[in-house]
Design a protein around this ligand. Sequence first.
Ligand code: ADQ
Length: 757
Amino acid sequence: MDRPTSRFWFRLTEKLDYAYNVRILEARYMSKKLIIVSTRLPVTIKRVDGKLQFTQSSGGLATGVSTVSRNRDSVWVGWPGIASDDLTKKEMQEITRKLKEFKCHPVFLTQDQVDLYYSGYCNATLWPLFHYFTENSQFHRRYWRSYQEVNGLFADETLRFVTNDSDVWVHDYQLMLLPKLLRKNRPNAHIGYFLHIPFPSYEIFRLLPERNQVLEGLLGADLIGFHTYDYVRHFLRSTQRHLGIDNQLGTIYYENRKIQTDAFPIGIEYDKFAKNPKSRRVKKITKTLDVFQKNKKVILAVDRTDYSKGIPARLDAYELFLEQHPEYHNEVVLLLLAVPSRGDVEAYKELRQTIEQKVSRINGRFSSVDWSPINYLHQHMDFDELTSLYANADVMYVTPLRDGMNLVAKEYIATHHNKDGVLVLSEMAGVASELPEALQVNPNNKQEIANRLFDALEMHPKEQKKRMKAMQQRVSTYTIERWASDFLEQLHATVNTPVDHQFMKKAETNEIRADYVKADSRLLLLDYDGTLRSFVDSPDEKKAKPSKRVKKILKALQENKKNEVVIISGRPKRALRTFFQNIKIGLIAEHGAWVYKAGSWVKSSLTSSKWKEPYLDVLKRYADRTPGAIIEEKDYSLVWHFRNVTPDLAFVRKEELKMELQNIAFDDIGVFEGHKMLEIKAQSLHKGAIATELISDKKWDFILCIGDDYTDEDMFHVLPERAHSIHVGPEESAAKHNIKDVDAVLDLLELLENSGK
Ligand code: ADQ
């Protein structure tokens, strides 16, 4: 075969392989059950004339999810919108049976739960807080208790369907405790979570009394999705500040699980919105709408009646525009469409009054006999009516004070397929980052909005089309269907590399055990913190003492004449002696600077401390202006601990400090970064150097080396091929194996001790 042909075949087989793998992957997860959970079901039940009436929602989420669940065994769990106090037992059974036809399963809530959980914690605590309306946010224990109770109910109902092999997708702020509750019962299920509203900045989120429980609840998921990367950052910062959990480029390792966070900007059913304006019914509706027959420019605003949408401020800005542009009197109409929402929450009742007062004041001030500047409708519209309004409006006026995404902006763009039209858009909507071609405004800047309204009305049609086209390109690509499949694919990518699978298997443990049993001379090199004892985030040595179990195991291992047990630690010699007073094991302190031999400490050949002075001066200067920083002076190293410094400041100081320390020119002195600390020591002084000495002391039949942090990697690198090396935790390492945690290490050591007398 000549070369081009072979390359062709190579490419073809590569492509086929890829397609095959994708199909295998899809087939693998398509065969798994998909469980969607949201507070509200896509089917609403009402009692009309004594009879139960079922209405199926055709909303975006329901459609988007239906595309990924169509060919799968799936079920949607949620509340059907009717309080269970109004239902008999028989009716509840009937509802459960009937909902099965819609692939749904009900969670029944009492009126009390609707009031305290739904109207209370969800809509009067979380919603305002997450939208930065701190003054509207109400914190009551009874709301929180109900939130916990209802999340528990959702867990019970959801767990009926979840096996360890299922995919679960939990939606929104009403169910933030659910991922953890599900994880507890089905540790291996694939759990995804998506937040539809903004995740607020740390300074806002920290106001929530139950902030830690909420974060821990979310961390039960494998994948946590948000609309924008800003929200991802806010979430990661809160987990870092409140729970002390760091992340690696959005990946969190928590309780030995890998959790991925990412941005998935929700889309719309683009084709549905793009095609509908051409339908006969919509054309007919348009002809009957007075507002489009008068040859006036129409500015459209469409929102749920919610204070986050900034409707009063939008009216004020429009008033200013009318004041400054009398030439537009009689020429322009603002069509303000507000869909009723959460009328049972006090803040919403007040908002409705405020809007209505402003509308009548502005109309009273500017109207003429045959013109009113605002046309206000407080009602729900059907899809055809809504698309008619979108498609015929000259300007879309979207100025929320905060919005997770805002679908209205995307819907307007879709209905203007191949048409002109201008979008005036708030910078505070999640969608703003996807639509730079919109005329963006700060929703609190009245004058700026008034100016942009004028610009929008005056914009040349060519310019309008150009901007529209660019926005349509984006909105038509990442549709709601793409969003849903993208999320589920990523959930699989996350779960397909489970941390658990990296850990040592039984066969590998047995192999180590067999080698141990056979050997007559064995060397066990063990790190201390994070290996024999869970990492203690405190400089207090008393808290870091070994447990009784550790002492017992080490003593028993050392009493076996075939064994040489050596603890190699970064801790100073004083600490190690206190920890292991009555056990005759080998001790190595300060990464190899000191060796405990025949009852006393001997300086290793690797040491020198002449270099310390200039480094210490710099560290002290930095400690003075960094609250929480601690300097630890060991015999042969200096450590700058920043575990108690606020993470942002710690990061800045650490980087500054590294730069400054590197300017001090001492050969062989290096700055090493460890777990919330910087250590300065001779580069030749490391665990690897001392391990090499120990290994070459004798001809060992068996070597086992266990450690958890970067200093132990130096040991792993110098071990002979036949040695067994184990890293504690899921991270990448030069060790041959990973082991789950300290308990697993102790189990292994105990097993060896019991096996090889
Ligand atoms: P919402 O706060 O409801 O959603 P938005 O994204 O704008 O906000 O969606 C509103 C929906 O209601 C749109 O699909 C719109 O067509 C429809 N609608 C509005 N007024 C209507 C009317 N009078 N009649 C009929 N329909 C009307 C939450 C978050 C958003 C996030 C979405 C999706 O607050 O930020 O974009 O979820 O994740």
